[in-house]
Design a protein around this ligand. Sequence first.
Ligand code: FPP
Length: 243
Amino acid sequence: MGNAKKTLPGLEKLPRHVAVIMDGNGRWAKKNKLKVALGHRRGVETLRAIIRESSDLGIEALTLYAFSTENWKRSPEEVGALMDLLLEFFTSEIDELDREQVRILILGDVDAMPPRQRYALYNAMARTKSNTGLKLNIAINYGGRAEIALAAKRMAKDVQSGLLCADDIDEQTYSRYLYTCDLPDVDLMIRTSGEMRLSNFLLFQCAYAEFDFPAVLWPDYTLEEYHASLLRFGSRERRFGGR
Ligand code: FPP
């Protein structure tokens, strides 16, 4: 890949776009007799390491599921801890990410976030929008069906105002109206903790994704585990419906 700073044996066939459902922070905290907030805090350590490694390997795009539209249903204490971690992450990491040429895009309803988080998220996107390295996409207040519905609404408005012709709408047009408009389809979807569900994440973009379900909890997902996920991807035969 163009931006690779390191290559690893066996990892010549890398996915262009990796998506990750970082599952298992709660169970990790319980297993270690800690509060759930500490599980999420440890989860952020893993996330930092995976972002850096993806950038070093020259992976084009990495998309992480940080907060779903359903996560608001968790206890106020846990939601508060996640909001604090988001703010902390986007405040403390932004300089390094920018230096590393990482381009940040937030997928989801940023306008419905609390004011301080909203400001930090918009700032991160604006500051890094011309960067040419890893495309780091973080799904926050995100739902896959809501994204698809929003795209339909935006297309309908463009048809109404004459910017788009209804007969011209095809899969490519549709994908340009999604949050992920300039990203390639997901090649590899990883969900940690052994759960095997998509949980409303990137429904449209995963049409031909390969899936990997390592049985480790997210805070325990090491770089070795990440390399193993990438190696498994490299050994898959992808036919995209052909023979
Ligand atoms: C799933 O674990 C994880 C989440 C719902 C949140 C993931 C968030 C982070 C890693 C930190 C915040 C993100 C950023 C970008 C700073 P779970 O709590 O559902 O685990 P469980 O299924 O074991 O309870």
